[in-house]
Design a protein around this ligand. Structure first.
Ligand SMILES: [Zn+2]
Length: 374
């Protein structure tokens, strides 16, 4: 951007005098500013179903900032470079992400290489591209109308993350990893579900803050985590075992080729915890990871026919062989030791196990947990 390089894009709300957003002004703007001819028939909406679109949009169970962003997208009013140019600003209109195409909302969301990767990795690609609308705004409206709740939540958060990531690249020259975006979306949704009580896990997990807690006396705790090395197309699995005093007992780092799915990665790291527990002959174990989805899946009864269902069944069968076991969730920050072992897998040939004495690289994180848990 010429002459404007240091200025951040900022949201400016046109429908109030002070430029600040209010719900009332938004509804007025929708109903009265030409976005809608009448409440029941929105101009430019797919099949004249405008009010249904907005109704569904505001019911999405996510923090408001994500819905506001989606609303902007559905109205084609993102300050993308071509929109800024249309408003007379002198900017280079080429896409800051790929540098090839002109940046407009459609390109940014559906066409650019990063967007394509994001939709593929989040299993939304075929659903998105199964639709066809003349412009990005209408496309978004069609998505809002036709997607189920879970897909729509994921789509909404990912749209927001794509835009944040694009801004980070423009302003800070930092490029996000595509898989990190997909993981972040999952995390945002689950965190929100926990906060709003839609997940059962917060009732089951006492660790509702960022600190690691040692297990009860006579139990050992296995913290597990996965890391995705997308540039290598590899994953790293990390496990750390500690007792009720927080004392290090064992750890494991394993590097595996070829998996890219974040959920499977977490499940594999859980499976490794169980494998290590059996090998070390522990009979009463607590398992803890930072993936809400995994903890939910293990705690839930019944068959799971999803992609990861087979692995999950194996895990549940193995868990039955222990005298007692439980699984809980903690925030990613509290799981930093397991995460460090998962990251360390990058420098491991295949599998490395530590007994009794922890490796040097983990000392700081370990002592942090010891102090935090007192
Ligand atoms: Zn691009």
């Amino acid at each position: 951007m010429s002459g404007k390089r240091n200025e951040r894009d900022s949201w400016l709300w046109h429908y109030t005098r002070d430029g600040c957003y209010s719900v009332k002004s938004m509804y007025h703007s929708i109903l009265g500013s030409g976005l809608c001819k009448e409440a029941s028939n929105c101009e430019g909406s797919p099949s004249g179903s405008g009010s249904k679109v907005w109704e569904k949009l505001w019911k999405i169970k996510l923090p408001n900032k994500f819905k506001h962003h989606l609303w902007r997208l559905a109205n084609d009013s993102l300050p993308s470079l071509d929109n800024l140019r249309r408003r007379g600003l002198q900017v280079d209109g080429s896409c800051p992400v790929c540098g090839i195409e002109t940046e407009n909302q459609f390109h940014l969301l559906f066409d650019c290489v990063v967007a394509v990767q994001v939709w593929t990795l989040s299993f939304l690609s075929s659903k998105i591209h199964g639709l066809n609308q003349p412009n990005a705004g209408n496309w978004i409206q069609e998505i809002i109308l036709t997607f189920g709740d879970e897909d729509l939540e994921r789509f909404t958060v990912l749209c927001w993350l794509l835009w944040q990531s694009r801004n980070k690249l423009v302003h800070e020259r930092v490029r996000d990893d595509t898989l990190d975006l997909v993981n972040s979306a999952q995390k945002i949704i689950h965190d929100f579900q926990l906060v709003t009580g839609r997940s059962l896990i917060n009732q089951e997990s006492p660790n509702f803050d960022d600190r690691w807690c040692p297990p009860a006396v006579n139990r050992v705790k296995f913290n597990f985590d996965g890391a995705v090395f997308s540039e290598l197309r590899d994953i790293g699995l990390g496990v750390v075992v500690r007792d009720h005093m927080g004392k290090f007992l064992a750890a494991l780092s394993e590097r595996c080729n070829g998996f890219v799915d974040p959920l499977l990665t977490e499940l594999f790291s859980l499976k490794n915890s169980i494998w290590l527990a059996k090998r070390l002959r522990y009979r009463d174990i607590s398992l803890e990871g930072d993936s809400v989805q995994v903890v939910k899946m293990v705690n839930r009864d019944g068959e799971d026919f999803s992609q990861s269902g087979l692995l999950l069944k194996e895990i549940k069968d193995e868990l039955r062989q222990f005298r007692s076991w439980d699984i809980g969730w903690l925030r990613r920050k509290g799981n930093r030791v397991a995460h460090a072992f998962a990251r360390y897998a990058k420098s491991v040939e295949q599998l490395q196990i530590w007994h009794d004495a922890p490796p040097d690289f983990i000392m700081d994180e370990l002592s942090f947990d010891e102090h935090a848990s007192i």
